[in-house]
Each structure stands twice: as C-alpha cells, then as structure tokens.
Design a protein around this ligand. Structure first.
Ligand SMILES: [Zn+2]
Ligand SMILES: [Zn+2]
Length: 466
C-alpha cells in the first residue's frame, strides 16, 4: 500500500479526515483536508499510512440505534496520542462489519477534541479524543410494518376529581348605547321611541331574579339628537329631549328599585350626553354650569341633575362625567368607560385600547361585540410576572336601524355585559339581544311593553304612540 500520510500539495503531515462520500460504484471514498494549505484530497491521492492507524475502537462503548431503513452508530470516547489520525470511515465500516451492499453511508462525523493528561511516569502530555457518529441508510428500503389503525379498547376509570368550589364574586351589569330618543309623529304629535321598551323590561326582570352589586349605564343612554350640532335634525326630532329625559329618569328609578338597596348605579357620560353641555356652551352659554343652591352642586341643566326622578335616592347614583376622560374603576385592574376610539375593522378598537393603557377596559361607543387580550410581562423583584389585560365591548342596547346616522347596513350588534369581579379579577360575559329579550345561562328573559305603565307614572301622555 502506498504511503500517503502527507498532503499531496504541500507535503504536510498535518492532515485531517474531512468527510466521506459514496461513488457510483458504491465504493466509498474518504476525503481529507490539509491543515496547512487547506487543500482537500481523497484516498486515492493520499491517506494515512497503515502504521499511523488509530487504536482499536472499543466496541462495548458503542451505541447502535436500529430502525428498519436506517441505523445510527455513536461511539464512546476514543483516546489516542495527540497528533495521531482519527479513525477513518473504512476502519469504522470494517470494525463493525457493515454490509456495504445493503447500507449506504449518509453521514460520517468525527468529533475531535484535546485533553491534557499525564503519562505513567507523571510527564504532562496531550491526548486526542474522538467520537464517531455514523448514519446509515438502507439502499433498498424495506416495507415497514405500520399496523393498520385499530379500534381502541381502553378501560376508563374516572380520575380523582375535585368538586368546583363556589366563590362569591360580585356581579355587575354594564349596558351602553341605548340611545333613548323619539321621533314625533307630526300628524298626531305622538312620540315613537327609538329604543325597544321590551329590552329594557327584560333587563328589569333579569334584575329581579339576579341581584347585582352594581348597575353601570355606560354612556349614550340618551341619544339627545335634538342637541346635536353635527347632524341636522329633521322636524320629527325637534323637542324630543325632555321626553327622553323623562323616560331615562323613569328607567333609572326602576333599576334602583330592582337592585338591592345596598347596590348602586353608575352613569358614565357618553358623547351623546355630552351634547347637552356643549349645546349650552354654543347656544346659551350663560346657562352653562349654573347650579342651584336648593338642590345639588351639579349644574341645573345637566344630565346628572335631570335624570334623578322624584323620590329617588340620589346618593345611590354616581355620575362619571368629564367625557372622554371619565372612567369608573371596577377594581385594581379594570376600568369601565364609554369610549372614544372607533376603528372600522372588526376587533381593531379593542386592540387599540390595549395599546392605550396597561389595564383591562370595558367600553361601549362602537355598537359592536369585540374582545382582545394581551399578556404583558413585568419584573417584580427577582420574578418576571405575566399579567393578562382584556379590552371588551358588548354592543349597543339600542336598535341599530333607529339610531342616526340612518344607514342601510350598520355593522352593529346588540347586547350588554354581565361582569363577575373581585378586587383584582373580572370576567365578562356578552349577552346578545334577541327580538324581545335575551338569554342568560339557559334562562329566557322576555320583556313586556311598559308604555301604559310609564304614561300612568309620569303623566306624559305623548310617551304613548298608540
Ligand atoms: Zn352609541
Ligand atoms: Zn358614543
């Protein structure tokens, strides 16, 4: 055999096994790399001489993993004097008796590293360590027996179960965008409501069955179309603010009657309620913010003052003004607002609130069902904490086709929200409105038309369109 333990280009003996490849003849050719001149050459050009062979590979240190059409061989550490050649592919093939007519080498990797040691007489020396990984593929794949899919027979024994525990959460209703308002029948002078009285009645019957701790009117409860400088009001909408205030005050009285005496009502100002102070500023600024010594500190011509009916305990009503900044904080993590953002794409508004504040937000204003969540990581001491914030809206409580601007196809949904909460937690459920009511947990709440009742209670005969 030829002695080719040196590079055929520069003659250096500092050569390294590089890789092996199969030739068409199915013979294996081994490639080397000269560490000096970086030249690559194969067996036929030069290979380690026989007297430079590595020590015997320990067979018991080797792991084989066999599969039908491939095998992987991983050796343990192979140790030899520094500078000596690593085992070649040929040697490995011979050593493990690999049948080259059946198997092809897919990958041959020699990992190499050095370690300091001392000889028997204590002289320090450097040794080379190798590990070999050899991947073989069967040249003609054999059919593997993949069993047909069988019906599964397993015995089911119920794992130990823990009963759900009842936790007393507080309960709230959030309802917005009712747009209470009227068209006047110009022939009869009667008022036709924008809003659906059966929906309001269904809410009142829900409250009778389900005591809530908080009832939130989330803004745009009244439409106040007559006060708008933005939309030109047709004559059928003129002078409809007073009856809308009367009906709203009557409904607030009914809600306070329907919830436990210890529960309160929060009214968050929406852009539609905000039409009143702006209207005064634009048309009757001397009446703006005039308050009465006799009643309260709220301006006489203001929604919080006007919606409190006779005999209603004003201390149970909390007015959140200052639209659009006004917010009612339900607990440490969740704020309730009317809303000022309105994106056209479905879901985009909820996403925008998550960008606005690191808190959960319940909002209205867009007349749609939306929900989006975001996990935010923050560092507290040595720990990284993850908090999930959610922005959610439940749709409008009013009737889409009745609320200006009158468009053929509003992308609006009807609903309101039921919240369960404590100091840090809030989970919200959207209740969708049906024709005459809604469903909560399998219970149907169908409303009655209360027109006769409200006319009797308020003596506003025009509130009846009959
Ligand atoms: Zn609205
Ligand atoms: Zn609004």
């Amino acid at each position: 055999m030829k002695d080719h333990a040196s590079c055929p280009v520069c003659g250096s003996t500092n050569i390294k096994h590089h890789r092996s490849r199969r030739l068409k003849s199915k013979m294996l050719s081994v490639q080397y790399k000269c560490k000096e001149c970086k030249h690559f050459f194969t067996d036929s050009q030069g290979a380690p001489s026989k007297d430079n062979l590595p020590p015997t590979i320990a067979v018991n240190d080797t792991e084989w993993s066999h599969q039908s059409n491939n095998q992987v061989l991983v050796t343990g550490r192979i140790q030899q004097e520094a500078g000596r050649k690593p085992p070649t592919l040929d040697e490995v093939i011979k050593k493990f008796g690999i049948d080259e007519t059946t198997w092809s080498v897919e990958r041959f990797v020699v990992n190499e590293w050095e370690q300091g040691q001392s000889t028997k007489d204590g002289t320090p020396c450097i040794i080379s360590l190798y590990q070999i990984k050899l991947t073989l593929v069967r040249q003609v794949a054999v059919e593997t027996a993949i069993p047909p899919i069988q019906p599964i027979h397993i015995k089911v024994s119920t794992p130990k179960e823990k009963k759900a525990t009842k936790k007393q959460f507080k309960k709230a209703v959030y309802l917005s965008d009712a747009h209470i308002g009227f068209h006047r029948n110009l022939r009869t002078g009667q008022l036709e409501p924008y809003h659906n009285r059966k929906h309001w009645s269904a809410v009142l019957s829900y409250l009778r069955d389900n005591p809530v701790d908080l009832f939130v009117l989330g803004g745009d409860i009244m439409d106040m179309g007559d006060m708008s400088d933005k939309f030109t009001q047709t004559p059928d909408g003129h002078f409809t603010t007073q009856p809308a205030l009367v009906e709203t005050a009557w409904l607030i009285g009914s809600i306070l009657d329907g919830i436990p005496a210890s529960s309160k009502l929060v009214y968050i100002e929406g852009n539609h309620e905000n039409r009143l102070p702006r209207f005064l500023l634009n048309h009757f600024s001397s009446a703006f913010n005039v308050s009465s010594v006799r009643f309260s500190e709220e301006p006489i011509l203001s929604v919080p003052e006007l919606i409190v009916g006779q005999g209603v305990d004003q201390s149970r009503i909390e007015w959140v003004g200052d639209y659009p900044n006004g917010a009612y904080w339900l607990n440490n993590t969740t704020r309730l607002i009317h809303g000022h953002i309105s994106k056209s794409r479905a879901g985009a508004t909820a996403g925008a609130y998550l960008d606005e504040i690191n808190a959960s937000t319940i909002f209205g204003h867009i007349h749609r069902h939306e929900v989006a969540s975001m996990s935010l990581q923050s560092r507290s001491g040595q720990e990284v904490e993850t908090t999930v914030f959610t922005a959610q809206s439940f749709g409008m409580f009013g009737v889409p086709s009745q609320v200006p601007p009158f468009k053929a196809n509003h992308n609006w949904q009807q609903g309101f929200g039921i919240l369960r909460y404590d100091e840090a937690y809030c989970s919200a459920q959207t209740v969708s409105l049906m024709e005459e009511g809604f469903e909560v947990e399998g219970n149907m709440y169908i409303g009655e038309d209360y027109t006769e009742q409200i006319v009797k209670d308020t003596e506003w005969l025009a509130l009846s369109s009959a």
